[in-house]
Structures are given as C-alpha cells and as structure tokens.
Design a protein around this ligand. Structure first.
Ligand code: NAP
Ligand code: GFB
Length: 301
C-alpha cells in the first residue's frame, strides 16, 4: 500500500480522502521549512497530495490580498523544495478555476491559465497559485520530476468552512439558512444571484486525485470539474428546498457578485477518466446539509 501524505488533511478537500496520513498546520506548519522538512523526512511518503493553503471565499479574498499571496507562495515553495530534496516520487498540488483570466469569454482550458489578469477580487491568491504552476513546471524540467497540479472548480462538502464571513457560497448559505430557520428571519443572499458557478463535491475530487495518481502520465495541469454551471439564484432555490426553509429570500445587490462566470472545458479530464460519474449537486447538497445540521457544534464556523 502506497504511503500518501495529505497536507491540509483537516480541511474540506484533505479530509475527504478515504485514507492517507493527514496533517493540519499544528503537526505540519508549511510556513516553517526546517520543521516541515524533518517531519516529512521521518514519514518518508511515496506520494504527497498537497491540500494545505490559505483558502477563502470571495469576500475573504477581497479583504486579504497580501496574506493570501504571502502564505500560499511560502507554503507551496516549501513543500515543493522538500518533495524534491527528499526525492518524493509523486506529487499533486492544487490550483483553482478562479485563477483563470477574467475576461476570456469562452470556457477555460488548461492552456489559458496565464493569458490575462485574474478577476481583481482574488488577485493575491490567483497569482500565488499561478506561480505554483510555473514552479512545478520548472522543477519537473530541471530535476526530471513528474509532479502535477489539478485545477478544481468550486469545491463543497462535509467539514467545509461554514464561517459566515470567510466561507464560500455553499457553506455560507447553508449556515445562513440554518440561522434563518432558527431565528425565523429572512435569508440574505449576497449579490444579484445572476453569477454562475460550477461545483464539485469534495469526495468526487479526492476520488479523481487518487485515480490520476495511478493513471495520469503527463505533468501539465488538469481541470477537475463536471463543467456543469448553475446560477447562484438556482443554487439558493436548491438549498432552501432541501433545508425546508419557508422564510423570505432577499438578494443584497450592494454586495459583489465576483466573477460572473467561471465556465470550464473538462475534455482533458474526460479523456483520462471517461467513466467518472460526478455526484449530482442535489445529492451532494443533501449530504452536506444533513452533516451540518447533525454536527453544528463541531463544524468550522
Ligand atoms: P480548507 O478547508 O481551508 O483547508 C485548508 C487546510 O490547509 C487545512 O487543513 C489547514 O490546516 C491547512 N493549512 C492552513 N495553513 C497551513 C500551514 N501554514 N501549514 C500547513 N497547513 C496549513 O481548504 P480546502 O478547501 O480544503 O482547499 C484545499 C486545496 O484546494 C487548496 O489548495 C485550495 O486552494 C484548493 N481549492 C479549493 C477550492 C474550494 O472551493 N474550497 C477550490 C479550488 C481549489 P488547519 O486545519 O490547521 O488550519
Ligand atoms: O463562493 P464565493 O465566495 O467565491 O462566491 P467565488 C460565489 C458567488 O456566490 C458570488 C455569491 O457571486 C457571491 O456573491 N454569494 C451569495 C455568496 N451569497 C453568498 C454568501 O453568503 N457567501 C459567499 N461566500 N458568497 C472564490 C475565490 O470566488 O472561488 C477563491 O475568491 C476560491 O479564491 C473560490 O478559489 C473557489 O466563486 O466568487
């Protein structure tokens, strides 16, 4: 059995892997190179799936561009240097579909990554991730490695960050509906609801990563998404319906919509994993909502 180290193993994506050595920032603080080197040397994994990052929704990104850049550049540089120095055979890193150029006006493809500036709402995070794409390419070329990055769309699932200010839209709305039901208030949705997003259930993403570890022989980045878009308005209707919320829904148009669309072309993924069946969003939302209501006390909020 391959020994896999999953950095960021306490997070939304990392915790969705069925097995592996999962670390949080307490055991493995990737901002500290020396400590991280010794820790990983002792584990001596065959593969590293690098989920650690400073992550957040649109509003956390808009308010903290420098921190998102600094911390993600440092973590990514450290883990890559450690993996190369310890001669780790396999490595998967994570980019995001929100780092693509903002005004492409066509579904994103992997080669579009650097063809223009990202949306201004998350440029700190986006440029840090884009530099990771450059760094992995350079390490592969200079050191004869076969490391690669996946480019997931918006991820959701159990054990997400449900904090009302810093979260992504799905956990944010699930938590807001929970409170609106409890307090008999209206649900306030940020933005107009016209924005469209693709979503991937966290368990699908981790299954795909494990399959790619076995089947993917290239080292260029690969988009991981069903490429099915849904409007925020329709997403709200689904969450309201599954949560059995009967109160009012108000769209606060003073809040930003962020990118209006982040549509992707997932041809490359479908070529490698033609049989993969994505979890329908209705099923993923039901699992996530049930988990949140049953684990409210211990959920990250
Ligand atoms: P998350 O739920 O916020 O988890 C982040 C993880 O990183 C946590 O386990 C956290 O550990 C760890 N971490 C934070 N600072 C660290 C440090 N200094 N050293 C080591 N670990 C540290 O994030 P996620 O949603 O699972 O994201 C995982 C990866 O997927 C990230 O690279 C992210 O950019 C990418 N991604 C996410 C989405 C999305 O919609 N969520 C979309 C596309 C790509 P603690 O528990 O100790 O804080
Ligand atoms: O999920 P979200 O914060 O991130 O916002 P992005 C998605 C859409 O949902 C935006 C709307 O149009 C928001 O205006 N929205 C409505 C809400 N109500 C809410 C709410 O209560 N909370 C939140 N958070 N949004 C992120 C990037 O962009 O995508 C990150 O900034 C990250 O870097 C992530 O990569 C995957 O999809 O707009």
């Amino acid at each position: 059995m391959k020994k896999i180290l999953i950095t960021g193993g306490t997070g939304l994506v990392g915790s969705s892997f069925p097995n592996g050595i999962k670390t949080s920032s307490k055991e493995l603080d990737l901002l500290n190179y020396n400590h991280s080197y010794e820790f990983i040397k002792n584990i001596n994994p065959d593969s590293i799936i690098h989920c650690s990052a400073m992550v957040g929704g649109l509003y956390k990104n808009m308010n903290n561009p420098a921190e998102f850049f600094d911390k993600n550049i440092s973590m990514n540089s450290n883990i890559l240097k450690i993996a190369k120095n310890l001669k780790i055979k396999q490595f998967i890193g994570f980019l995001s579909t929100c780092i693509f150029p903002d005004n492409l006006n066509k579904p994103f493809e992997e080669d579009d990554l650097h063809l223009g500036p990202p949306h201004n709402s998350n440029y700190g995070y986006a440029y840090a991730k884009r530099m990771f794409d450059v760094q992995v390419k350079a390490y592969n070329e200079q050191f004869g490695l076969n490391y690669f990055n996946v480019i997931p769309t918006n991820v959701y699932g159990i054990n997400d960050n449900f904090n009302l200010e810093s979260s992504h839209v799905i956990p944010g709305l699930i938590h807001k509906v929970y409170l609106a039901k409890k307090n008999k208030t209206d649900l306030i949705v940020w933005g107009s609801g016209i924005a469209k997003r693709e979503f991937i259930f966290s368990e699908d993403l981790s299954k795909i990563c494990l399959e790619l570890l076995e089947k993917y022989n290239d080292n260029s980045p690969i988009i991981v998404s069903s490429s099915q878009e849904i409007s925020i308005k329709d997403l709200v209707d689904l969450i309201v319906d599954i949560s059995n919320f009967k109160g009012g829904v108000i769209f606060d148009k003073t809040k930003s919509d962020g990118q209006i669309t982040k549509n992707t072309n997932n041809t490359k993924l479908k070529t490698i994993l033609p049989e993969f069946q994505f979890t329908p969003i209705e099923i993923g939302l039901e699992k996530t909502i049930n988990w949140f209501y049953n684990n409210y006390e211990r959920a990250r909020k």
